[in-house]
Design a protein around this ligand. Sequence first.
Ligand SMILES: [Zn+2]
Length: 92
Amino acid sequence: MNSAMVSKIEKARRYAEEPERIRFERFEVRFRGENDDHVVTLEGDSFTCNCHFFEAQGMGTCSHVMAMQRILSRMLSLEQQTAGMPFSFATA
Ligand SMILES: [Zn+2]
């Protein structure tokens, strides 16, 4: 392997240990809930989920969104981390 590739691999390792370098702007995931699969999306600062709770409550959050906020916290802006929440996991 050439030395340029070796240094890229080393850099990738360092980057992978610093997830805060990454900011999600949008994504869509399939979330395997206890009863059903749900689709959670992020677009800008807003999450959506197609589960019944999210759609029925109109609060902009649900257990799937909150779980994604916890899992990805270091890769989300403060607005994304606290979207739809009465409090922030960042400060709780
Ligand atoms: Zn949901």
